[in-house]
Design a protein around this ligand. Structure first.
Ligand code: NAP
Length: 487
């Protein structure tokens, strides 16, 4: 019996393009198989949109824009709140769907659905609070009035690692602001996005306000849409490499961009840190989503006085995790999303070991089906190892020791990324001073998770441009219009 036999509802998820409120076949006949990374079983075949389909979606979003922008904020809020309720009611089914196409453990998937739904609730609340400002000009001659208006049609491109949350983190604020959208989910995980789009229709989102395209030609389809002058916003979550290319494309039509890109998070453990808390925090910061998170702790810098004890305790906790198919009871770590992701993790680990690192647990991919890799802890990693410079995106924790806080901060900041950093410190004031000096958009201080729908999520340097979540997240979809007025 396959995982699909006991889940007949998977076959009912729409697999066509969603344009202007209709489910349509793509203009070209190819279909894209969606695979279960644990079994390699084909779950469904989704449509392969062409650039022409992309432009048809822009037509629909553009036609729906005036009506949605003029819809009262209260009504937009109610639609988003209904979407939150529906997602919460269907939490279990959506979580299973995420496991099927992404591979993560069911506990992680349940957490993702709850997190994803919260973006609808948060932006239902923000929709009615898009306040502008009025002030007297310094010269006293007139008033400076600032209105917040929807930016327009937004193209949203999302990755496979959080197929629900990365979509709702964009759709929520866009709809709250009065924008209409075209969503392009990752090819590995389109079913979750399609299920969310169907749910939004049920929640009362009018035709054309949300459109969704799956495609094998992401570059051509997204470029065609961004080149269209009616598109005024591009919000992308994915790798820095693709983000750079999209920024160049968007420059042609001067489209406003929000970019949530890659990370290389340092995790600092100071000499006086509470080691129980630091190990527990490290487990969450490293292992949420099996390590396939942009916020995943990628490098551990531990004070030499506590390095041995911290490493041993982390290795014990990592080695005790249960690896397997995400839907099996008790499993805490699923497979990686595809073969190349697993090959990359293997390569980074063997490079570190060849450079002198010691393996405290894990370190070898198992034989057999599925793209599994065991939770792994490496210590005494050479400071120039590739594993410390590249995003691992898997369950591997490389540890380096340091002697002074200045040295730890210098190593932590020595990267082109700046998404998030973590610090464990016994002295909170010292922890805050270190947090101020870390060059990243977010810091977890004595905490292994920073993601919160109410907080501004985003990075410095090549980790991105703009913020998602919180009050700031909606400003990304609003233009400020200044009216100089004399009354
Ligand atoms: P990716 O390869 O950059 O793909 C992300 C999305 O972009 C997918 O939908 C992909 O479509 C699409 N895409 C690929 N090439 C494109 C192009 N030339 N033009 C337009 N769209 C294109 O990233 P990924 O491997 O899915 O995700 C992992 C990366 O995302 C990691 O670097 C991670 O750190 C980052 N991430 C960042 C955040 C954050 O908030 N900062 C959150 C989650 C993930 P296809 O699937 O069809 O290729």
């Amino acid at each position: 019996m396959t995982s699909l036999d006991s889940r007949p509802w998977v076959a009912k998820i729409p697999t066509d393009l969603y344009i202007g409120g209709d489910w349509r076949t793509a203009s070209r006949p190819d279909a894209i198989p969606v695979q279960d990374p644990a079994t390699e079983e084909v779950l469904a075949q989704v449509a392969d949109a062409s650039p022409e389909d992309g432009l048809a979606a822009v037509d629909a979003a553009s036609a729906a824009l005036p009506g949605w922008a003029a819809t009262s904020p209260r009504k937009r809020s109610e639609v988003l709140y209904r979407a939150f309720e529906l997602m919460t009611e269907r939490r279990e089914q959506l979580a299973e769907l995420i496991v099927l196409e992404n591979g993560k453990a069911l506990t992680d998937a349940r957490g993702e659905v709850a997190y994803a739904a919260e973006f609808f609730r948060w932006y239902a609340e923000e929709a009615v609070r898009a306040a502008g400002t009025v002030q007297t000009a310094p010269a006293g001659t007139n008033k400076i009035m600032v209105l917040r208006q929807p930016i327009g049609v937004a193209v949203l491109v999302t990755p496979w690692n959080f197929p629900a949350a990365m979509a709702t983190r964009k759709i929520g604020p866009a709809l709250a602001a009065g924008c209409t959208v075209v969503l392009k989910p990752a090819t590995e995980t389109p079913l979750t996005a399609l299920a969310i789009v169907a749910l939004l229709e049920e929640a009362g989102v009018p035709p054309g306000v949300v459109n969704c395209l799956t495609t094998r030609s992401a570059g051509a389809v997204v470029a065609a849409m961004v080149d269209d002058p009616r598109v005024r916003k591009l919000s992308f979550t994915g790798s820095t490499e693709v983000g750079r290319r999209l920024l160049a494309t968007a420059a042609e039509t001067v489209v406003s961009c929000s970019m949530e890109l890659g990370g290389n998070a340092p995790f600092l453990v100071l000499a006086d840190a509470d080691l129980d808390a630091a190990v527990a925090g490290a487990m969450v910061a490293k292992m949420r989503n099996g390590g396939s998170a942009c916020t995943a702790a990628n490098r551990f810098y531990v004070h030499a006085a506590v390095e041995k004890e911290f490493s041993a305790r982390l290795a014990e906790a990592m080695g005790a995790l249960v690896v397997g198919s995400g839907l099996d009871a008790g499993v805490q770590v699923g497979p990686l999303v595809n073969e190349s992701s697993r090959d990359k993790v293997e390569e980074l680990v063997s490079g570190a070991v060849d450079g002198g690192a010691g393996v405290l647990t894990g370190g070898k991919a198992p034989a057999g089906r599925g793209w599994f890799y065991p939770p792994t802890v490496l210590h005494e990693v050479a400071p120039d190892a590739a594993i410390l410079r590249e995003e691992i995106f898997g369950p591997v924790a490389p540890i380096v020791s340091f002697d002074s806080v200045d040295e730890a901060i210098a190593m932590a900041n020595d990267t082109e990324f700046g998404l998030v950093s973590y610090v464990y410190a016994g002295d909170l004031a010292e922890g805050l001073r270190v947090s101020e000096r870390l060059d990243s958009g977010m810091v977890g201080l004595n905490r292994g998770v920073v993601s919160d729908p109410a907080a501004p999520f985003g990075g410095t340097k090549q980790s991105g441009v703009g913020r998602e979540g919180g009050h700031e997240g909606m400003l990304e979809y609003l233009e400020s219009k200044y009216i100089a007025v004399d009354w």
